[in-house]
Ligand binder design. Sequence first.
Ligand SMILES: Cc1cc2nc3c(=O)[nH]c(=O)nc-3n(C[C@H](O)[C@H](O)[C@H](O)COP(=O)(O)OP(=O)(O)OC[C@H]3O[C@@H](n4cnc5c(N)ncnc54)[C@H](O)[C@@H]3O)c2cc1C
Length: 417
Amino acid sequence: MLASCSLNGHVPTVTDSRYDVIIIGGGAVGLGVALEITRRFPRQRLLLLEKEERVAFHQSGHNSGVIHSGVYYKPGSLKAKLCVTGAAAMVEFCREHGIPHNVCGKVIVATQEDELPRLEELKKRGEANGLTGLRLIGLEELREIEPHATGLQALVVPSTGVTDYALVCEKYAELVQAAGGTVLTSAGAGAIKRTSTEITVETSKGAFTTRALINCAGLHSDRISRMAGDDPNVMIVPFRGEYYDLIPERASLVRALIYPVPDPRFPFLGVHFTRRITGKVDAGPNAILALAREGYRHSDINMPDLAASLTFSGFWKMAAKHWRNGLGEWHRSLWKPAFVRALQRLLPEVTEKDFVPGGSGVRAQALKPDGALVDDFQFVPSGKVLHVLNVPSPAATASLMIGKTIVDMAAASLELS
Ligand SMILES: Cc1cc2nc3c(=O)[nH]c(=O)nc-3n(C[C@H](O)[C@H](O)[C@H](O)COP(=O)(O)OP(=O)(O)OC[C@H]3O[C@@H](n4cnc5c(N)ncnc54)[C@H](O)[C@@H]3O)c2cc1C
């Protein structure tokens, strides 16, 4: 067996086809797990397979770059625990490895009366999750922090930051390789065969055999689960998030991060302003149903992906529940004035001409057959296989802690020690 691995121009040769553990997916989660395994079990022969030509090609390289604090998530949930500890670990990782980052803090702004109790609730949640320094402030103090923002009241979240998760992932991959693991790009898993003693993953770069498999395939994790002979019992629904960029001449309107109070019925945070680590300011992301799992534009339509969505019973139940909100998201996506109007609630000075189309990303959101969106992170063991089936935001923030948690949970069953 001979296959080649390319990462950052480094092209080692893979001569082995037998591994102790194979990870499918070179995003923040797969790489976070790989890093933890190489740190804790350096003797394990580890192979990470990524179908694209580089790591962080999908969600992990197409996100807002925010190091979330953990203020939003239900106390006791995995999201809450792993985000709070993960944010601190992420800041430390960036500091240790010279990755640009800035703990700039953020404000969540209530602009309508009915949002005030939800803002107070968020503060309580954040405190229950162990955050410190949360403060409710009035307009005057808000203006000292963000001089152009407006609102009735705001919550200051000092521990939020920004970084570049593509750079974080490249560093994870570099460290995994330096510790003896192999990261093989352009090697999509196309078939999985399981016997009682071993698992074989067939890729475009050959077949690899392993004792244990970890599925971190993001937008395709339900498919990989089925490929491995399991029933994921969820379907991954792709929700595209589109951004507008604030033109450089107007970027000074935003100092750091300005968010609305999220609608508790949805797992998304509402369009907001983010000053990225590069200094660029963008607005978004919205959340519209994508017509392809890797559909970054309106014109990206994948019939098998669409058919999979439309034939899943949970899809229609979700549509019946959320159609009104979904139409609103489409309206804002197709009609810039509507998108800008949502942003003017936070920053009244912005106008349509201040924005140019920016990038987009596609979120992998697991949907249950009853039409409910899976809220928490979901890791599902199946013998010598572990499926990571729901790791939406804040999974980039939490990726180091997700790695630790998965290894804690599965080291014995996957015989990693
Ligand atoms: C618009 C947007 C904004 C976001 N903002 C934030 C934020 O500010 N902060 C934050 O913490 N989180 C944010 N998130 C969430 C975060 O980006 C994701 O939760 C995280 O990146 C998930 O990582 P992952 O490794 O599971 O997925 P991915 O990064 O998608 O990685 C999965 C990988 O699996 C590979 N793969 C799939 N199938 C196969 C196969 N058959 N064989 C081999 N490889 C395969 C894919 O190519 C991909 O590289 C955001 C997400 C989006 C989309």
